[in-house]
Design a protein around this ligand. Structure first.
Ligand SMILES: C[S@@+](CC[C@H](N)C(=O)[O-])C[C@H]1O[C@@H](n2cnc3c(N)ncnc32)[C@H](O)[C@@H]1O
Length: 151
């Protein structure tokens, strides 16, 4: 779906702990790895071109114990990575399990974007704790001024 949206001249990069087993269009590149241990450059490539949108469906294997905390940690890792992967003004959609950290992660996302809110698509079962945070208008941090500049 994302490949169709960006078209053949666009670029989609995905990462997952597990390898993708089906064929992907040429504009889709997949990496096998742990997002929490992956530097942003591994996703943007040598050119370092930032993405317009970041989409995360990351979720822990459900164990029934502390899954919401692991989900919140994954979301925070992604938020920490945004300066290296998301263009100013860009959008974000990320899965999160509702739980004690959920409101705080929504607030942290709201600080980084012009608008951000929780969104539970109809496809998520009512009883499921999985939901999404959808945000747009990324307020990219201003890079620190180069040492000695302006003097
Ligand atoms: C709900 S599944 C996503 C399924 C995917 N949308 C699909 O259609 O195949 C959650 C995925 O998050 C991945 N995941 C969990 N922790 C991760 C991490 N630290 N880094 C990268 N991927 C992770 C899992 O391997 C799993 O494939």
């Amino acid at each position: 779906m994302t490949a169709e949206i960006v078209g053949p001249r666009g670029r989609v990069v995905g990462i997952d702990l597990k390898a993708v087993e089906h064929a992907m269009p040429a504009q889709v590149h997949t990496l096998v790895g742990d997002l929490e241990r992956t530097p942003p450059e591994a996703l943007t490539g040598p050119g370092g071109g930032l993405f317009d949108v970041v989409i995360s469906d990351m979720a822990p294997n459900t164990s029934g114990h502390g899954d919401d905390l692991v989900s919140a940690r994954l979301c925070r890792s992604l938020l920490d990575m945004l300066p290296g992967v998301l263009a100013p003004g860009g959008g974000l959609t990320m899965k999160i399990f509702e739980g004690q950290e959920y409101p705080a992660v929504v607030r942290e996302t709201q600080r980084l974007f012009r608008e951000a809110k929780g969104f539970k698509p109809k496809a998520c079962r009512d009883v499921s704790r999985e939901t999404y945070i959808v945000a747009r208008g990324y307020r990219a941090p201003t890079p620190p001024a180069a040492e000695g500049a302006g003097g």
